[in-house]
Ligand binder design. Sequence first.
Ligand code: C5P
Length: 130
Amino acid sequence: MSLTVVGAAIINDRGQVLAAQRAEPDRLAGGWEFPGGKVEPGERDEAALVRECREELGVEVEVGERLGPDIPLALGRGVLRVWLARALGEPAALEHAALRWLDADSLDDVPWLPADAPLIEELRTRLQAV
Ligand code: C5P
């Protein structure tokens, strides 16, 4: 089965992006990611992104442009597809271990998950333009 995982690079007006630390499973716990999750059968990608942000962060998001290409997930399990987004309200760590707002100079302060890491340099460029 081909899996699409959607992620939100949520950017604020101060040129920061929201990084979320995974609480589970054990092999990913402690790593940092763009919040998001699996697209359900019959669901549009952007709708899944809005749903996941509501579930994980308790906020509505406005989905913007794509960030980077599709990134293959480990073990051939599908792809990670990330969008820039804006949050309408302050995100809360409802399912994550922690949240941090990072600016362009502090993007390397956290260990990103392997699938998310290839997007960081393009994200840095985007943040510098905010
Ligand atoms: O969040 P969820 O557990 O639904 O994500 C499914 C899988 O997608 C995770 O186990 C993880 O391997 C991957 N993922 C990722 N980067 C993200 C979100 C999810 O690598 N930003």
